[in-house]
Design a protein around this ligand. Sequence first.
Ligand code: ADP
Ligand code: ASP
Ligand code: MG
Length: 411
Amino acid sequence: MALYVQKYGGTSVGTIERIEAVADKLKTFHEQGHQLVVAVSAMSGETNRLISLAKGISDSPSPREMDVLVSTGEQVTIALLAMALDKRGIHARSFTGWQVGIKTDNAFMKARIEDIETSKMREVLDAGGICIVAGFQGIDGDNNITTLGRGGSDTTGVALAAALKADECQIYTDVDGVYTTDPRVVPAARRMDKVTFEEMLEMASLGSKVLQIRSVEFAGKYKVPLRVLSSFKEGNGTLITTEETSSVENPVISGIAFNRDEAKVTVKGVPDVPGVASRILVPVSAANIEVDMIIQNVSDDGSTDFTFTVHRNDYKKALKILSELATELNAKSVSGTDDICKVSMVGVGMRSHAGVASKMFETLANESVNILAITTSEIKISVVIEEKYLELAVRALHTAFGLDAEVTEEQ
Ligand code: ADP
Ligand code: ASP
Ligand code: MG
């Protein structure tokens, strides 16, 4: 008998039929004698619907009220799932974040979990029941409702597993594991049986939304065994592991991640003098805008061009700040674009292999894809390219680095 925390995502609970199917699945685990705590997302599309209602009222709604609003989606699902279990004769109790004692900091819309009380959940488990907990939400020190950022139910699942010292945290979703890249973009993507925490962290932070990055950080920190599985298909899914498989079995590249939420701002013709980078970037960070990549061109006539990338949501704000500063900076012009994306290759095997970058650049050049910016770290290389080339670039790299699955009947 094991204690499992299972998390079911939006698509897995997207209709009444699917909620009934999840209840059937839980019944089977329950009958096998396992103890279950279940975190659920809002029904698919619901969080987006709620956000668009808010946008109908204001362009910049209060973050506190946004959290009151968007947290309601998950409350619907917990009640429906508890009813479905009840119908099957299984004792089940639903809990919102505050009812179960998920304490967070007060950063609305991106709160971090600080503590979880387990007594309520233990009571239900001890009585032979199943606990159903609303994902994505918690409560701060002043009893305000908070949410954990998009995709945050993954983090609820992992945090519950850490607090309860569960045997495994199982993330049930609409794909049957973590793939070498998003299988919706590359049909030849391959499911991995195992992926290291280090690689999963990079993939999640570089745009693979199969797991919210904080859930991976949390699982790494508290040593929670974490697995991604399909709600619809049998199988063992993908285990996120601390073990580093030997580089003989390990391909140089494990996966390719991409992110469309990118934009870049270029300040042209600024005097190339000490302090120019800080004069451009300090006002941007003062406005709470996170800068990702930075490129400064080599200067020839004593002036230089300075480019940086930001999240697409912050693009207009960053462009406005620098346009207003252009005269003060002695810049010739300030321009930008938000039709770019970032493609990243990730792999612990990169540490012991040279030539990955040159092969990546050559592959993109063969497809006539122009690289606008590059960054590297020990286990990843990222490039910024025009968004219209995203699919082409990811597919070409996937093939070039030998990641394509062998074609089987099923595919
Ligand atoms: P849920 O609603 O269950 O939380 P998400 O939509 O947040 O599901 O995450 C699952 C999706 O993540 C998949 O449908 C897939 O399109 C996408 N995805 C992106 N990168 C990967 C990857 N490397 N492996 C698997 N899925 C990925
Ligand atoms: N419902 C939230 C979202 O759509 C949280 C989640 O699904 O993980 O982002
Ligand atoms: Mg998700």
